[in-house]
Ligand binder design. Structure first.
Ligand code: BES
Ligand code: MG
Ligand code: ZN
Length: 495
């Protein structure tokens, strides 16, 4: 998708499709702003006829108004001084989805006081592109119809030199994450995931190491390998490194849960547990690889960033792990696997130990870890845990800048008792109550506690059944934007 700003006088505008945002005050006067395309009097008549009042989220679609203008969508901003950028993003997203296969190009005109910074314009561009996303890889729908590929912002003269390059890099990362998550489990296998990572490395100059089963055994990764045992597919441990040209001021590791399918294992997912959706159990790793793609292009300076995925499947066969098995993780701790469906934390245990051995300043892991987080926060908000207050603030800032809702959860130490085992150092599963908290407490056992760490549970946010805001139904790519923004903020702070 191409973005541009219209540089001439509006009287010279030659487009055929326009999206126009107006506030709820003095509509007549605001319609004057598009007199270059349509007689405001005629338009006012239509607007009144349809009882359009410019209220927040109200939209009015007008088609074939004259020979040239094919579609005009007017949408309401309410009291325009009070409106938030996230609302505008969502309204635009809904409009874009109605024209995405009807127009090749559209222009957007908004009140100047609302888009008064490059940052806001870029956020709008990003949400337009992400809301227009379609994925027809697995069907025979040929897009014979038109497809929206050009967006032009009107009346932004003083921003005419704005570059949308970084916006494109961020969108490419989110789109990659969405494609990886949406790919079915017979298509995106652990080996395919490692090939995707290799492609990022090759295209963007990252270093890559892929460990097979044997190498993971040599590192003593008994927790990760226990999960992979029940599958016919070989596990692939992926490690990408993005180096800095200039001296490294901070080393960061991003870890993603990479279960290309989670059947539950012998604690099989039955009933309403949505086993058929468990292709998205690699959502964390998709966001981490998406961030690798974005950051590989953005090339933040002064930071060394590692991206780690312990990819495998949780399946059942004769050599699958038994409920009750005791295994040893690569940091030497033993774990009684009292539930084979709590597999993500086992793969993360060895991935976090590996991350910790890289001696980074901070680690963030992302995982579709627990159904409990969906019960707690629903599908719009992800939960995070951290051992460091500055990390908490930085993550809250980054997520709110990009509009990904994120809520801090407690590392409630008293719940650690729930993980006590009679036979091993710990169990992998605590009681049902507070299930996403005990999962976070489990993870905390597997890295050096002097490292700043955050765990983000995206089980609720990585997928949406319906179109919602800037997310078309399906994979959302949640997390990519927050990770990239968090890194960009770090780079700024280190300057
Ligand atoms: N992948 C699931 C978590 C999940 C559930 C993600 C629903 C998305 C939607 C995870 O591996 C899992 O099965 N967790 C169990 C843990 C339990 C056995 C302690 C769960 O949440 O039920
Ligand atoms: Mg599971
Ligand atoms: Zn899982």
């Amino acid at each position: 998708m191409q973005f541009s700003t219209f540089k001439n006088n509006l009287d010279n505008w030659q487009g055929t499709s326009l999206i126009f945002g107006i506030s709820d005050k003095d509509i007549e006067n605001q319609l004057e702003n598009i007199r270059f395309i349509i007689d405001p009097k005629i338009l006012l008549k239509k607007v009144n006829q349809k009882k359009f009042k410019g209220k927040k989220g109200e939209t009015l679609n007008l088609e074939f108004l004259d020979q040239r203008l094919e579609t005009l969508t007017i949408f309401g901003l309410g009291e325009s001084t009070a409106i938030e950028i996230n609302d505008i993003k969502n309204y635009l997203a809904n409009i874009i989805r109605t024209i995405v296969d009807k127009e090749e190009k559209t222009s957007i005109l908004l009140p100047r006081e609302l888009i008064n910074s490059e940052e806001k314009i870029k956020l709008l561009a990003e949400s337009v592109r992400l809301s227009a996303f379609k994925d027809n890889r697995f069907n025979n729908k040929r897009d014979k119809k038109k497809i929206l590929k050009e967006i032009e912002f009107l009346n932004l003269k003083e921003f005419e030199n704005i570059s949308f390059k970084e916006t494109e890099y961020i969108c490419e990362g989110v789109e990659l994450a969405r494609r990886l998550v949406a790919a079915p489990p017979n298509s995106l296998t652990p080996i395919e995931m490692s090939l995707e990572a290799s492609k990022i490395a090759k295209d963007l100059g990252l270093e890559i190491k892929i460990l097979g089963k044997k190498e993971c055994e040599d590192l003593g990764m008994g927790a990760y390998l226990a999960v992979a045992k029940g599958s016919d597919l070989e596990p692939k441990f992926i490690h990408l490194t993005l180096k800095s040209k200039n001296p490294v001021k901070e080393k960061i590791v991003l870890v993603g849960k990479g279960l290309t399918f989670d059947s539950g294992g012998y604690n099989l997912k039955v009933g309403a547990s949505q086993i058929e959706m468990m292709k998205y159990d690699m959502g964390g790793s998709a966001s981490v690889l998406g961030a690798a793609k974005s950051l590989g292009n953005i090339k933040p300076d002064g930071l060394e960033i590692h991206f780690i995925v312990a990819a495998c499947e949780n399946m059942i066969n004769g050599s699958a792990v038994h409920p009750g098995d005791v295994i040893k993780a690569s940091n030497g701790k033993t774990i009684e696997i009292n539930n084979t469906d709590a597999e993500g934390r086992l793969t993360l245990a060895d991935a976090l130990t590996y991350a910790s051995n890289l001696k980074p300043d901070s680690i963030i892991d992302l995982a579709t870890l627990t159904g409990a987080i969906v019960v707690a926060l629903g599908n719009d908000v992800a939960g995070f845990w951290t051992n460091d207050n500055s990390m908490a603030n930085d993550l809250k800032t980054a997520s709110s800048q990009v509009g990904e809702a994120l809520w801090q959860m407690p590392l409630q130490k008293s719940y650690k008792d729930g993980l006590k085992s009679h036979i091993a150092d710990m169990k992998n599963t605590g009681p049902r109550a507070g299930g996403s908290i005990t999962a976070a407490l489990f993870l905390e056992e597997f890295f050096d506690s002097s490292i700043k760490w955050a765990h983000i549970d995206i089980a609720g946010t990585c997928w949406t059944d319906k179109n919602k805001g800037i997310n078309p139904s399906g994979a959302t790519g949640y997390g990519v934007k927050t990770l990239v923004q968090w890194i960009k903020n770090k780079q700024e702070a280190n300057k």
